[in-house]
Design a protein around this ligand. Structure first.
Ligand SMILES: Nc1ncnc2c1ncn2[C@@H]1O[C@H](COP(=O)(O)OP(=O)(O)O)[C@@H](O)[C@H]1O
Ligand SMILES: Cc1ncc(COP(=O)(O)O)c(N)n1
Ligand SMILES: [Mg+2]
Length: 489
């Protein structure tokens, strides 16, 4: 399909009614900055020559933001400025004629209001449909709203993307949930607003929520911790607390609690690979965190699959032992993790003890940490985060990123319950990478999250207990949210 459903998320239709202090181009650029995903230039009264000049400028802007750009009605201008396509209303030039002029590769969008028209347009080769008006609109006063049932039926009848148009604004956008549309087309809700960029940001967020495409997915490849504080369980809680969707590939079962590790059962490497096939062939993750991987065959299987599926945003935590002291990685696996997983990672997150083993040096001072991070980073394109949780006075972490050192100073929280801190930190970094933050910002945000989870002072079990992953959702907040939900449903 030439036109992706995601492109329809926030489809802006220009209107020069509100040109004043800001020029038309400034307004369009602001909307692109705010997150518009598709741009239609709509001019009703410009002379041909001016329309052409303007279209050239707007086309460049759209290209700068890598957003598809179409012209309303005017196929000739679309051809001359080499726009990505054209949008045809019911009374505009016919689809076949436009296709003849523009060729097979350009996008042609068609306005329609009924299932019959929608089917016809798809059969004639339309790339997407604009259906409306879905609400009463100030732009087209005579446009009678299309009933929700009809909109739903249209979305079911065609396989090309459908964008809802007509009177869409922040206050009514969510009413389109469940209708099957791929996004919304907005005119005055964008260009009639004082702060266009902010309006677009909010509309985009709402539209993503409406189409339920907004949830990023994070995969944890790690071991299960029966006590729920580290490993897979810590990762699922962390990912969920970040508002994201958690998936898992389990590498080992551990029988452990806050006092120790009492047994480990590794999962056969082929079965780790099988879990990864199932994940990547269906719900492809936006980021991957790797935790406990106890032998080199499992490591090899993981590396192979991550390469095969070209996984992105990989955080590798070289877990060697539990806070309580139990061994979680066999000695022979140390080399494999360095050789096979580190080169694939965007960030690796050793603690001080792991860094000593990986480098063979003793680490006591900040300078030692810098030297160790540099050594670990050799032969890797990604960054090294050397965690300072085991320092005596502070909890300063060090990031070695693109040849530079970035320190994240951290106060040492008085809390003996640190089971799962490393797991939690690495999955929080993966969450932030999935959300689109760069590595230094992802680390900053993850560090803030872990500090809050330690400050919450949860105290469970007889040994070094787990963190409160849910601390940001205080009890009263959760209850309020739930109460509100119960009233609404
Ligand atoms: N007592 C503490 N106070 C504040 N931050 C801590 C404390 N213990 C650990 N951290 C932080 O938790 C994260 C995990 O670090 P660390 O405990 O060293 O890893 P690991 O769990 O792998 O041993 C780091 O950001 C570290 O600074
Ligand atoms: C299954 C499993 N994976 C990892 C850890 C390390 O935990 P930490 O986050 O304290 O380093 C653990 N204890 N158990
Ligand atoms: Mg650790």
């Amino acid at each position: 399909m030439k036109c992706k459903k995601e492109d329809m998320q926030l489809y802006a239709v220009t209107d020069r009614t509100w040109v004043g202090e800001k020029s038309f181009e400034e307004q369009v650029e602001e909307s692109l900055e705010g997150g518009v995903t598709f741009l239609q230039l709509r001019e009703k009264h410009l002379a041909e020559e001016e329309f052409f000049k303007e279209a050239v400028k707007i086309r460049q802007l759209a290209a700068k933001y890598k957003v598809p750009f179409v012209i309303n009605d005017n196929v000739e201008i679309a051809r001359k400025v080499q726009a990505d396509g054209v949008h045809l209303g019911q009374k505009d030039m016919g689809l076949l004629e436009a296709r003849e002029i523009l060729g097979p590769d350009k996008l042609i969008g068609v306005s329609c209001r009924t299932v019959e028209d929608a089917r016809k347009a798809e059969a004639l080769g339309a790339d997407y449909l604009g259906v409306g008006a879905v609400f009463g609109t100030s732009t087209k006063k005579d446009a009678k709203p299309v009933a929700r049932e009809e909109l739903q039926a249209i979305c079911r009848a065609v396989s090309i993307p459908v964008v809802a148009i007509g009177g869409v604004k922040e206050s009514n956008l969510m009413e389109l949930k469940g209708s099957g549309v791929s996004g919304v087309a907005v005119v005055s809700g964008i260009y009639g607003q004082k702060n266009i960029k902010e309006a677009c940001r909010r509309l985009r967020e709402l539209s993503e929520e409406m189409t339920a495409r907004s949830m990023k997915k994070v995969l944890s490849i790690a071991g299960s911790d029966s006590s729920g504080g580290a490993g897979i369980q810590a990762d699922i809680k962390t990912i969920t607390a970040h508002g994201l969707y958690a998936m898992t590939a389990i590498t080992a079962l551990t029988a452990q609690n806050t006092t120790g590790v009492y047994g480990v059962q590794n999962v056969p490497p082929e079965f780790v690979a099988k879990q990864l096939d199932c994940i990547f062939q269906d719900i492809c993750p936006d980021a991957v965190k790797i935790g406990m991987v106890s032998d080199s065959q499992i490591i090899h299987a993981i590396a192979e699959k991550l390469r095969e599926y070209e996984a992105e945003n990989i955080v590798a935590d070289p877990v060697m032992s539990a806070t309580s002291g139990g061994t979680l990685m066999q000695k022979e696996a140390e080399k494999a993790i360095k050789a096979e997983l580190f080169p694939l990672a965007d960030v690796v997150t050793p603690n001080l003890l792991e860094a000593e083993i990986l480098t063979g040096m003793n680490i006591h001072t900040g300078k030692d940490m810098e030297k160790a991070a540099q050594i670990i980073g050799e032969g890797m394109e990604g960054a090294v985060l050397l965690k300072g949780g085991h320092l005596k006075e502070t909890a300063d972490d060090l990031l070695y990123f693109e040849g530079k050192f970035i320190w994240y100073p951290g106060e040492k929280v008085e809390n003996p319950n640190t089971h799962g801190t490393g797991c939690t930190l690495s999955s929080a970094i993966a969450c932030n990478l999935a959300k689109g933050y760069d590595v230094p910002e992802s680390v900053r945000r993850a560090k803030a999250y872990i500090t809050g989870a330690l400050r919450a002072q949860l105290n469970l079990g007889n040994g070094s207990g787990p963190l409160n992953h849910m601390y940001a959702l205080r009890k009263e907040n959760v209850e309020n949210i739930f109460e509100k939900y119960m009233k609404e449903t």
